[in-house]
Design a protein around this ligand. Structure first.
Ligand SMILES: NC(=O)c1ccc[n+]([C@@H]2O[C@H](COP(=O)([O-])OP(=O)(O)OC[C@H]3O[C@@H](n4cnc5c(N)ncnc54)[C@H](OP(=O)(O)O)[C@@H]3O)[C@@H](O)[C@H]2O)c1
Length: 195
């Protein structure tokens, strides 16, 4: 877990920019998303996935989120129009999508190549895709800092268009324990710097 945070004056919470910039670059730089296209977002209730889901919806894409059964409501709340429970639904039933945004990899990543429609793109942030779409592109990347993109993300957080996926909020006194949790926490850990 990284603890790099952006403190927003006047806001109670800060955002960790990595997830937002990863989402931005995966969708708009590497995924070459166009308005009206469809995006399958793996781990749509997670830190990166929630950002991908919100940015893609705002941009005008059709968003299908995936995750565990317990993630359904959160993914829909972030803007996914459909949800695929990877433990119960058949991923391949989704049909062809323009962009797959993979934050999971493994078997899910391998099967994802099959749901990319001809000319589409499989974008991975978990290493090079082991299976490439038959008639499309496969790309993987590591996020890079970009001041302009960060500005776009911060502006969206400020005006309420983008919500960060908050898992837990802790005081400064409890910061060390909060950043070293003994149980699995989905979402970002926020350290409240003032009351
Ligand atoms: N390349 C880059 O520059 C870059 C940048 C940022 C992040 N990443 C990578 O992206 C990955 C995701 O990061 P994150 O911060 O978004 O993690 P996260 O908050 O844990 O989100 C991942 C989501 O996917 C779900 N998930 C994982 N495996 C699953 C499975 N087999 N079936 C169903 N749901 C599954 C998780 O559910 P559970 O919590 O229940 O497992 C969680 O909701 C990490 O591997 C991270 O290192 C790469």
């Amino acid at each position: 877990m990284q603890a790099s945070l952006v403190f927003l004056p006047g806001f109670d919470v800060s955002i960790k920019p990595g997830a937002g910039q990863t989402a931005w670059q995966g969708l708009f730089v590497h995924g070459r998303l166009r308005v009206g296209q469809s995006v399958l977002v793996h781990g749509a209730a997670g830190a990166v996935g929630a950002m991908v889901t919100q940015l893609a919806r705002e941009f005008g894409a059709y968003v299908i989120g995936t995750g565990r059964a317990a993630d359904r409501e959160r993914a829909l709340d972030f803007g996914a129009q459909e949800f695929v429970d990877l433990g119960a639904d058949v991923l391949e039933d989704v049909g062809g999508v323009d962009v797959v945004f993979d934050v999971i990899g493994g078997d899910v990543g391998k099967r994802s190549a099959g749901v990319v429609r001809p000319g589409g793109i499989l974008v991975s942030v978990v290493g090079p895709p082991e299976v490439r779409p038959a008639d499309g592109l496969a790309v993987d990347f590591v996020v890079e800092s970009d001041r302009g993109q960060l500005g776009e993300i911060v502006q969206r957080v400020r005006d309420g268009r983008l919500r960060t996926n908050i898992g837990t909020v802790a005081s400064l006194d409890d910061a060390v324990a909060a950043l070293n949790p003994t149980r699995r926490i989905t979402g970002k850990t926020i350290i409240r710097a003032r009351d």
